[in-house]
Write a protein that binds this ligand. Structure first.
Ligand code: AMP
Length: 447
């Protein structure tokens, strides 16, 4: 299929061609006709599949038609769980809408009210927003959603995980019942199905590539680590690899991200941290520096790295394994994007075994174990139920595993960064007996 066959309006097609896209991606091929036909849609697709254009292009198409309702409020509203993702969607709206007259803006937490109030005092066609701040404006009567014709929820599963379901309900109920709703999610479970059931009317379901297929372009490996010091030595070894051009290193906590980035800087690497405690300005600057290649090693937590679309990330390194299996999939999806290949390397220590087990069940495969000469672990991984354990050094081929589980999904504080229980510096080099799993109950969308 070609973009011309999708029957998008000429100024939109012109912008798509200016981006150099030859053909629509599978999610675009399937979602765009459904959206153009005015139907509700549930799209099951990960980031990296081109899903943003899958909803932005039909939204721009709709905005070329005369508005159905009078007033100044937005006709298209896009909700995203994080500010980074909102910024990326806003960029996509500007890129794909550059030959149209669409007026768009963003309403994000952590940003100055002044600009947002100015935005809301003028007629606007499309708003990209994170739920917390949007509800704030809504409840203060500064925003009227009575003109919304299309509501788009991006990364809806993450919205749920981050505790935004109530805000989403408030927002949806402030929009006209007859609106069109497009919802995108990477995963589908009972909670997601409930949300879809409450917000969508007779939706067309579009599902793109299973989890395994999506990551065909990513080589995954696992190193067993005895303790933090061992992880640190493994990291040193990996970042010395000439093949590593740009990497995201994931740590479990904000504090660890800071400490690790600082250590890498002291060792002479161009490194930076990215986490939810940083100001939005600092986060944006760091991402720009990563994009421009000024930062080679980004040490990030899950919250900050969510939805990050930076090309040229050769490696993702899980210094700490994520507690939730879906985060593993999201993390490694930062590499191997847009047809490129990538490498995802995870460290696992004995106290992270349960996380490893969840991840392997979820992705339906064993992560191949690897040992680096001179950096062998002292201890073996015990055999995990389901065959997830291995002797150190064993290189196992992928095997089948039980069907994905949703263990730990939608737990309190899900999607938020974990709070460290002590100073890692003190522990650095010593085995962490018990990993800190205390979560913050602050809502990240409002931070
Ligand atoms: P997304 O999944 O929306 O984050 O998009 C992933 C990447 O794919 C982005 O960098 C887009 O610019 C790129 N992209 C989107 N659509 C296409 C397409 N049809 N052809 C080539 N690249 C695309």
């Amino acid at each position: 299929m070609t973009f011309d066959e999708l029957q998008l309006l000429p100024p939109i097609l012109k912008a798509v061609k200016a981006c150099g896209y030859d053909t629509p991606t599978p999610i675009q091929e399937q979602a765009i006709p459904v959206a153009l036909a005015g139907r509700d849609l549930i799209g099951i697709a990960q980031t990296g599949t081109g899903k943003t254009a899958g909803f932005v292009l039909p939204a721009l198409h709709l905005l070329a038609s005369p508005p159905k309702g009078a007033g100044r409020g937005p006709r298209v509203l896009v909700l995203t769980p994080t500010r980074e993702l909102a910024n990326q969607v806003s960029d996509a709206v500007r890129t794909y809408g550059k030959f149209t007259r669409v007026r768009s803006g963003a309403i994000l937490g952590g940003m100055a009210y002044r600009d947002q109030l100015r935005l809301l005092s003028q007629p606007v066609d499309l708003i990209v927003a994170t739920p917390g701040r949007l509800v704030d404006h809504l409840e203060n009567g500064r925003l009227n959603l009575g003109r919304v014709e299309m509501l788009i929820v991006d990364e809806a599963d993450r919205m749920l995980d981050m505790g935004f379901s109530e805000d989403m309900e408030k927002i949806a109920s402030a929009t006209p019942e007859g609106r069109q709703t497009l919802m995108f999610t990477a995963t589908m479970d009972k909670a997601m199905a409930r949300l879809a059931g409450s917000m969508l009317r007779d939706p067309q379901r579009v599902e793109i590539a299973g989890r395994k297929v999506t990551h065909d372009t990513i080589e995954q490996r696992l190193h067993v680590a005895d303790d933090m010091k061992h992880k640190s030595r493994l990291l040193q070894h990996l970042i010395a690899d000439k093949e590593l051009s740009r990497a995201i290193i994931f740590s479990a906590t904000k504090r660890d991200a800071d400490i690790l980035a600082q250590e890498l800087l002291q060792q002479g690497h161009s490194a930076a941290a990215l986490h939810g405690d940083m100001s939005q300005g600092a986060r944006n600057r760091t991402i720009v520096n990563l994009r421009r290649g000024k930062v080679k090693l980004l040490v990030a937590t899950d919250v900050a790295a969510r939805g990050l679309d930076v090309s040229g990330i050769s490696h993702v390194i899980n210094f700490d394994l994520p507690r939730f299996a879906e985060d593993y999939v999201h993390r490694i999806g930062r590499t191997g994007r847009a047809g490129a290949t990538g490498t995802a390397i995870s460290f696992v220590s004995l106290n992270e075994l349960s996380y490893l087990q969840r991840i392997e069940r979820y992705i339906g495969q064993k992560l191949p174990r690897q040992v680096i000469e001179g950096l062998e672990p002292k201890r073996e991984l015990p055999n995990l139920p389901g065959g997830g354990g291995s002797r150190p050094g064993a290189r196992r081929s992928a095997g089948s595993a039980p069907k994905p589980d949703g263990a730990g999904k939608h737990a309190h504080g899900r999607g938020q960064e974990q709070k460290p229980s002590g100073d890692r510096r003190k522990k650095w080099g010593a085995p962490r007996e018990k990993r800190d799993v205390i979560v913050e109950y602050r809502r990240p969308g409002r931070s």
